[in-house]
Design a protein around this ligand. Structure first.
Ligand SMILES: Cc1cc2nc3c(=O)[nH]c(=O)nc-3n(C[C@H](O)[C@H](O)[C@H](O)COP(=O)(O)OP(=O)(O)OC[C@H]3O[C@@H](n4cnc5c(N)ncnc54)[C@H](O)[C@@H]3O)c2cc1C
Ligand code: SF4
Length: 508
């Protein structure tokens, strides 16, 4: 989606502060310069003052994001008008929570005339910024891809690579090769021409340093099949995501959904604070694409109105057409909105990736097998979120259309305290080669280097011991830049020229 908030300082020490999950071996301050470098590399559009005040994030004095914020969607403006300053309570006896609609940092280039009320000059040094591509023109297809390249994607980084970098495509790494002394010597990979065929050739690539960067599930799978980094017994364990709970409503006025990025603002008040000791914290994305995520709108609404949605209660062909169809769509689609609650999930060793020789892919490699469930802590967070969404809908004067029911299309269904819930995945996998202070309890050190293998790095969200409530890619990129510095030092040390000279008489 391109949403890139920073983690909050307290997210790095959830076990010490709140008694769940795991702590990082480093803190926000250690990562802060790398956050800035990552924001520059991705071209993040945001407002540091608003993040400071609205999300409680510390930024260095005078810090400005490389790009001005993406203009707020019309929906955000309507919600801000009705919600800013309102108070909600998760429990009748709970503390006041003051709502504030906060613009979300997004790696996309805004239009030339941002619809901001308080104009700000471009940041110092703007002329020296990288080429971030085209401006966001509001096509509203950020997932899966931005047609005008306004949103960051890795091709933008690849375009800056030196000619000394070789990219081998149509290549699937099948295992990491060991050197016999605890070090690794490269990778074995399968090269194919036709993705529809299992035919391939097996090749190797030798290296002084190997960096696995295939994301949380595949990094863990490669370590498991290569029988590497095994001493802590933690490879594949602690699998986390941001479980999502969706609440969808119908406003009493048009709110202009399905235009611009999928979310340009959020409600940040539930990300931090002592309530975390009791329930999972959450961030609320204001979903700008109507009910597309929860119900498949607008396609599902068109099908329903045409009478071709497979609803057994309605005889086929008894739909509306022509002017009536257009009027019905116009009346309802423009009033849809969704609140997307993203929960922190603590590291738990039972949630894990394993491999099983009886499950193989087309190339013959073992597939990953996932074991995954939600803790009581997360379920209590979802119950709190449901109470919050009910209050928000009332404050907005919106109709709450949320329905959670079991069924084949709801694998995330569960009951808690007599209420139904359905959660979704966010695609934010992490934790599977967890970082820590000891080789006995973690897979990688604070540089994402495997404790057991000094020249093998496993980088990405899989290293994160906790994920807070922020979408993870910015933190992952900051960590990658930090590890890059370490890898550079390793390689320089390895290739440092030795001075060979004759020993002088009487000198050692
Ligand atoms: C729908 C969706 C929306 C998201 N939105 C956001 C968002 O708004 N903000 C955010 O911060 N994050 C978001 N995420 C998460 C984000 O996509 C990931 O955090 C990020 O892509 C991880 O980057 P990565 O480079 O580690 O892994 P990936 O982007 O997954 O890249 C890994 C690469 O490794 C390759 N690979 C895998 N296995 C092998 C192998 N054996 N051999 C060779 N190559 C291999 C893959 O083909 C892939 O190219 C979203 C995810 C999804 C699914
Ligand atoms: S709204 Fe459109 S132009 Fe803007 S980032 Fe998303 S896909 Fe790209």
């Amino acid at each position: 989606m391109g949403i890139v908030p920073r983690m909050h300082p307290e997210d790095f020490a959830v076990h010490r502060r709140y008694g769940y999950g795991r702590d990082w071996p480093l803190g926000y301050d250690d990562l802060e310069p790398h956050y800035r470098a990552a924001e520059r590399a991705l071209g993040v559009a945001g407002d540091a003052d608003e993040q400071r005040e609205g999300a409680g994030l510390p930024f260095p004095p005078g810090y400005a994001y490389p790009m001005r914020p993406i203009p707020r969607s019309y929906l955000d403006a309507v919600l801000a008008h009705r919600l800013d300053g309102a108070v909600v309570r998760e429990r009748p006896d709970g503390p006041d929570n003051v709502l504030r609609v906060v613009a979300t940092p997004t790696p996309a280039t805004p239009p030339p005339t941002p619809l901001r009320r308080r104009p700000r000059p471009p940041p110092a040094g703007a002329a020296g910024l990288p080429n971030y591509g085209e401006r966001c023109v509001g096509n509203a297809s950020c997932v899966p891809i931005c047609p005008v390249q306004a949103k960051y994607n890795p091709l933008k980084t690849q375009a800056t690579w030196s000619p000394r970098v070789t990219l081998v495509d149509r290549a699937v790494v099948s295992r990491v090769l060991t050197a016999g002394d605890g070090r690794v010597r490269g990778v074995e990979y399968q090269h194919y021409d036709d993705p529809a065929s299992p035919a391939h050739t097996t090749r190797t690539a030798e290296a002084d340093v190997v960096v696995l960067a295939a994301h949380a599930i595949e990094n863990a799978r490669l370590l498991l099949v290569s029988r590497l980094a095994e001493s802590s017994g933690q490879v594949g364990r602690n699998l986390m995501d941001h479980p999502m709970l969706l609440a969808w409503g119908l406003m009493d006025q048009p709110v202009g959904p399905f235009r611009g990025p999928g979310s340009t603002s959020g409600l940040e008040s539930f990300r931090t604070g002592p309530a975390r000791g009791d329930r999972a914290p959450f961030r609320i994305e204001i979903g700008n694409w109507g009910w597309s995520w929860p119900t498949g709108s607008p396609g599902s609404d068109v099908a329903r109105l045409l009478g071709i949605d497979g609803d057994p209660g309605r005889p086929r062909g008894r739909g509306v057409f022509g002017t009536r169809l257009r009027e019905s769509l116009g009346r309802d689609l423009g009033r849809q909105f969704t609140l997307q609650f993203a929960f922190e999930q603590g590291a738990e060793s039972r949630n894990r990736v394993t491999v099983d020789p009886s499950h193989r892919d087309r190339l013959g490699n073992m597939r990953p097998v996932l074991t995954y469930d939600l803790s009581e802590h997360v379920k209590r967070g979802m119950a709190a979120a449901r109470s919050v969404s009910g209050q928000i809908f009332r404050l907005l004067g919106a109709e709450d259309r949320t329905r959670y029911a079991p069924g084949p299309l709801a694998p995330g269904w569960f009951r808690h305290d007599g209420h139904d819930f359905v959660f979704n995945g966010a695609g934010h996998g992490g934790g599977t080669h967890i970082m820590g202070t000891s080789p006995r309890t973690s897979v990688v050190d604070q540089w994402q280097r495997c404790w057991d293998h000094p020249n093998l790095y496993a980088v990405g969200c899989g290293s994160m011991p906790s994920m807070g409530t922020s979408n993870p890619s910015l933190t992952m990129a900051a960590l990658a830049l930090r590890s890059g510095e370490r890898i550079h030092r390793d390689l320089r040390e390895l290739h440092r020229p030795a001075t060979v000279g004759r020993r002088r008489e009487g000198r050692p």
